[in-house]
Design a protein around this ligand. Structure first.
Ligand SMILES: Cc1cc2nc3c(=O)[nH]c(=O)nc-3n(C[C@H](O)[C@H](O)[C@H](O)COP(=O)(O)OP(=O)(O)OC[C@H]3O[C@@H](n4cnc5c(N)ncnc54)[C@H](O)[C@@H]3O)c2cc1C
Ligand code: FES
Length: 316
């Protein structure tokens, strides 16, 4: 596509600003939003800002999935594991809105800062991401949302991820391992090509167990079956926390198991999100308040990561 690193085209920038209610200059709108993540203890979260960058690497990891590495024009703020970006990687108004993606990794080198995302094709936006080439411009807003927090009790951290639910966990595993925590990742997918990031998670220091629904690799069946096995083997009281992200049916099953075994945990909810920062109400979910009653709340502000005890016991 031939755009130079560090220079996203002005037309796409203007489009995105129009769509997300921003004007050139400081992020006046975002500055007044109730960023619930600010309440997260022990975490100093960067304020969301507009990020422009350019694709510097596109690595296919499955026929319908890939990892995009983006060089940012200006230094990117630090993301806390579990936070996301609202991304737009196409130069026209169709699709009109950006799409939410977990931050997979970030870093810096002699050329500046970079971010990476793992996408799996679902519809029009992700199909366009799959055709991205080096030099294509990206516009995004982030960091957004409430991140994961460290376990509140000693013991192994169990990560349970289904398919494209795995991206937020690479940074989390690194952080937990750096804190001296033993981490086991239970990674499930429908088949072997969709078991993403196995090597990266092991390199980050996690013990990784696999399951596939077609039996092509690891345990033949659902990832929740190896969660039950793991809890039986280790003992629920030896588990510090369960962290999970994936399809809603899997999340509901993981949360039910965690609650039944008395293990605390956090789930990252993947709702459709049109704006990503509290304006459109497309992401509303039902969560428990401190007094036990339920209320409707915006997943992009109150989540995507929520404590499991705030989720309904059934009928999500
Ligand atoms: C906080 C958050 C983090 C995410 N991180 C990642 C990530 O790291 N990698 C990744 O590949 N995907 C991630 N997703 C999901 C991703 O945002 C959607 O797959 C994407 O928006 C689909 O856009 P599309 O234009 O391709 O499909 P669309 O045309 O918008 O939708 C295609 C189909 O997918 C369904 N769909 C759209 N969004 C979601 C969703 N969030 N959950 C379930 N079904 C959905 C639609 O209802 C429709 O049936 C994340 C979502 C959230 C909320
Ligand atoms: S995505 Fe717009 S309010 Fe949550």
């Amino acid at each position: 596509m031939g755009h130079k690193v560090g220079h996203a085209r002005p037309d796409i920038k203007d489009n995105v600003r129009g769509l997300i209610g921003l004007r050139p200059g400081p992020l006046a709108v975002l500055a007044f939003l109730p960023v619930s993540a600010q309440a997260t203890p022990k975490a100093t979260l960067a304020r969301p800002s507009e990020l422009a960058g350019v694709v510097v690497e596109h690595r296919k990891v499955a026929p319908d999935a890939g990892i995009l590495r983006i060089r940012t024009d200006a230094p990117a703020p630090a993301f806390v594991p579990g936070q996301f970006l609202q991304v737009r990687l196409w130069e026209r108004d169709d699709p009109l809105l950006g799409r939410p993606f977990s931050i997979l990794d970030q870093g810096s080198d002699a050329d500046g800062t970079w971010l990476s995302l793992l996408y799996q094709v679902m519809g029009r936006g992700t199909r366009l991401m799959a055709s991205a080439r080096e030099g294509d411009p990206l516009l995004a807003v982030g960091p957004l949302g409430r991140p994961f927090s460290p376990p509140t009790r000693p013991g192994v951290a169990l990560v349970v991820a289904g398919g494209v639910g795995i991206p937020p966990f690479l940074l989390l595993v690194r952080q937990l391992v750096a804190d001296g925590r033993e981490v086991t990742v239970l990674l499930g997918a429908r088949d072997t090509p969709h078991l993403y990031l196995r090597e990266e998670l092991e390199a980050a220091g996690a013990r990784v167990r696999l399951s596939t629904e077609d039996g092509s690799l690891g345990f033949h069946g659902r990832v929740t079956a190896i969660l039950e096995e793991e809890l039986d083997a280790v003992g629920p009281e030896q588990v510090g926390a369960i962290y999970t992200c994936g399809p809603e049916g899997m999340l509901e099953a993981v949360v039910t198991i965690a609650k039944a075994r008395g293990v605390p945990g956090q789930a990252s909810l993947e709702r459709s999100m049109a704006c990503g920062y509290g304006v459109c109400f497309t992401c509303v979910c039902r969560l428990k308040r401190g007094d036990g009653s339920f209320h409707n709340t915006r997943t992009c502000l109150d989540g995507p990561v929520v404590d499991m005890d705030r989720l309904p016991d059934s009928d999500w």
